[in-house]
Design a protein around this ligand. Structure first.
Ligand code: DC
Length: 212
């Protein structure tokens, strides 16, 4: 059972993917973290973010089972991830590993979340969700998350960052952020997490029953 969750930055797709994975007893991969791991490694090594060879070398060795969410989720790393994610050969290297993850674990299935899961990584997923929320809501959620971890965040700066990142992710030539033709759109603006989760489970159940 493969479930594909896509959507823009801070749409709530990660939280929904984790909750769905727990609910259905499936493994979960936040593919954004794999791009973040590559971006963070290049930053740490002082290597240019458009060095495709160096990026692929990281992609081939990074442990997808052990991505450090707390470290990699830092807001600044998101920008580096979005930049490395425009390189086609890097994407191909990561997609191969993401698919291997999805097929692993005894083949019971998995929940993957990202930008191109329904369109490229798992085109045959049984259920595809495209999770959105309006940009101001997403910026508020991201800023609150940063403050909760003890950091400081300005909603307006975060909004500008998210809009810039969404534009790069949507406009890139390879695997841009866009809903698959057979994805179900879930707009979480104005929804709390429990309401969004119930809506997501209902979508998956309908998709499983072939009633989409
Ligand atoms: O989901 P996130 O914010 O952690 O993702 C960080 C960046 O990684 C995002 O701006 C674009 C890139 N990304 C991608 O291109 N494809 C994916 N499947 C997941 C993330």
């Amino acid at each position: 059972m493969l479930i594909a969750i896509d959507g823009p930055a801070a749409s709530g797709k990660g939280t929904l993917a984790r909750r769905l994975a727990t609910h259905y007893g499936l493994r979960h991969l936040d593919t954004g973290l794999s791009f973040r791991a590559v971006g963070a490694a290049l930053l740490a090594a002082g290597v240019a973010l458009d060095d495709e060879e160096a990026a692929i070398a990281v992609a081939e060795t990074v442990d997808l089972e052990d991505l450090d969410r707390d470290r990699l989720n830092a807001h600044g790393i998101g920008e580096a991830a979005s930049r490395v994610a425009t390189m086609p050969a890097l994407r191909a290297a990561l997609v191969a590993r993401q698919r291997a993850f999805a097929q692993g674990g005894g083949g019971d299935g998995a929940v993957l979340d990202g930008r191109d899961i329904g369109t490229v990584v798992l085109p045959d997923a049984v259920a595809k969700l495209f999770v959105t929320a309006d940009p101001a809501t997403r910026a508020r959620r991201r800023a609150a998350e940063i403050r909760q971890r003890g950091g400081t965040a300005c909603d307006t700066d975060i909004l500008a960052d998210l809009v810039r990142r969404d534009r790069r992710d949507s406009d890139r030539a390879v695997a841009p952020l866009k809903p698959a033709d057979d994805a179900y759109l879930l707009d979480t603006t104005g929804m709390d997490i429990e309401t969004a989760f119930s809506a997501a489970v209902e979508i998956v159940e309908r998709a499983k029953a072939g009633r989409m």
